[in-house]
Write a protein that binds this ligand. Structure first.
Ligand code: SF4
Length: 96
Protein backbone atom coordinates (compact mmCIF):
# COMPACT_ATOMS: atom_id res chain seq x y z
CA UNK A 1 0.00 0.00 0.00
CA UNK A 2 1.10 3.56 -0.71
CA UNK A 3 2.66 5.16 2.36
CA UNK A 4 0.66 8.33 1.68
CA UNK A 5 -2.68 6.55 1.70
CA UNK A 6 -4.94 5.27 4.43
CA UNK A 7 -8.08 3.17 4.60
CA UNK A 8 -11.16 4.67 6.17
CA UNK A 9 -12.62 2.96 9.22
CA UNK A 10 -16.02 2.53 7.59
CA UNK A 11 -15.05 0.73 4.41
CA UNK A 12 -12.63 -1.43 2.56
CA UNK A 13 -11.51 -1.78 -1.04
CA UNK A 14 -10.25 0.75 -3.56
CA UNK A 15 -13.06 3.28 -2.98
CA UNK A 16 -12.13 3.72 0.67
CA UNK A 17 -8.46 4.47 0.04
CA UNK A 18 -7.73 8.17 0.17
CA UNK A 19 -4.62 10.30 0.33
CA UNK A 20 -3.34 11.18 3.77
CA UNK A 21 -5.39 13.95 5.29
CA UNK A 22 -3.65 17.29 4.79
CA UNK A 23 -3.41 19.95 7.49
CA UNK A 24 -5.77 22.32 5.70
CA UNK A 25 -8.31 24.81 7.06
CA UNK A 26 -10.51 24.23 3.99
CA UNK A 27 -10.99 20.50 4.67
CA UNK A 28 -14.43 19.47 5.90
CA UNK A 29 -15.19 16.53 8.18
CA UNK A 30 -16.52 14.64 5.14
CA UNK A 31 -13.11 15.02 3.45
CA UNK A 32 -14.56 17.61 1.09
CA UNK A 33 -13.00 20.90 0.12
CA UNK A 34 -14.71 24.12 1.19
CA UNK A 35 -12.59 26.19 -1.19
CA UNK A 36 -12.19 24.44 -4.54
CA UNK A 37 -14.77 22.92 -6.87
CA UNK A 38 -13.54 19.34 -6.45
CA UNK A 39 -15.54 16.30 -5.33
CA UNK A 40 -13.09 15.47 -2.57
CA UNK A 41 -9.83 16.78 -1.21
CA UNK A 42 -6.90 16.48 -3.58
CA UNK A 43 -4.53 15.70 -0.73
CA UNK A 44 -1.17 16.95 0.48
CA UNK A 45 0.05 17.88 -3.01
CA UNK A 46 -2.69 20.51 -3.36
CA UNK A 47 -1.23 23.98 -4.00
CA UNK A 48 -4.10 25.64 -2.10
CA UNK A 49 -3.52 23.65 1.09
CA UNK A 50 -3.30 26.09 4.02
CA UNK A 51 -2.70 25.23 7.68
CA UNK A 52 -4.29 27.35 10.40
CA UNK A 53 -0.83 28.76 11.16
CA UNK A 54 -0.32 29.76 7.50
CA UNK A 55 -3.79 31.26 7.39
CA UNK A 56 -3.07 33.32 10.50
CA UNK A 57 0.22 34.55 9.05
CA UNK A 58 -1.44 35.45 5.78
CA UNK A 59 -4.21 37.32 7.60
CA UNK A 60 -1.64 39.21 9.68
CA UNK A 61 0.27 40.17 6.54
CA UNK A 62 -2.95 41.46 4.96
CA UNK A 63 -3.67 43.49 8.10
CA UNK A 64 -0.17 44.99 7.99
CA UNK A 65 -0.57 45.99 4.34
CA UNK A 66 -3.99 47.52 4.97
CA UNK A 67 -2.85 49.42 8.06
CA UNK A 68 0.06 51.02 6.22
CA UNK A 69 -2.23 52.52 3.57
CA UNK A 70 -3.16 56.20 3.81
CA UNK A 71 -6.32 56.82 5.86
CA UNK A 72 -8.34 58.09 2.89
CA UNK A 73 -7.60 54.90 0.97
CA UNK A 74 -8.53 52.74 3.97
CA UNK A 75 -11.83 54.62 4.26
CA UNK A 76 -12.54 54.14 0.54
CA UNK A 77 -11.85 50.39 0.74
CA UNK A 78 -13.91 50.12 3.90
CA UNK A 79 -16.88 51.83 2.23
CA UNK A 80 -16.56 49.88 -1.04
CA UNK A 81 -15.98 46.35 0.26
CA UNK A 82 -16.61 46.09 4.02
CA UNK A 83 -19.84 48.02 4.59
CA UNK A 84 -17.95 50.72 6.46
CA UNK A 85 -16.12 48.23 8.71
CA UNK A 86 -12.35 47.96 8.99
CA UNK A 87 -11.62 44.32 9.87
CA UNK A 88 -7.88 44.91 9.41
CA UNK A 89 -7.96 47.01 12.60
CA UNK A 90 -8.94 43.88 14.58
CA UNK A 91 -5.83 42.54 16.32
CA UNK A 92 -7.43 39.30 17.58
CA UNK A 93 -5.61 36.87 15.28
CA UNK A 94 -4.62 33.43 16.55
CA UNK A 95 -1.24 32.53 15.04
CA UNK A 96 -0.86 29.44 17.28
S1 SF4 B 1 -5.80 20.50 0.49
FE1 SF4 B 1 -6.65 21.55 -1.30
S2 SF4 B 1 -8.36 20.26 -1.97
FE2 SF4 B 1 -7.82 19.66 0.13
S3 SF4 B 1 -9.19 20.86 1.43
FE3 SF4 B 1 -7.27 21.99 1.23
S4 SF4 B 1 -7.59 23.41 -0.47
FE4 SF4 B 1 -9.16 21.83 -0.58
Amino acid sequence: MDNNAKITEAGSGADSIMPEEPDCVHLSEQYRCNLLLVKKCIGAECRFCQSSYERGRSYKKWQDVMNTMPDDKQLAISAAYYNGQMPWKDSAVDLQ
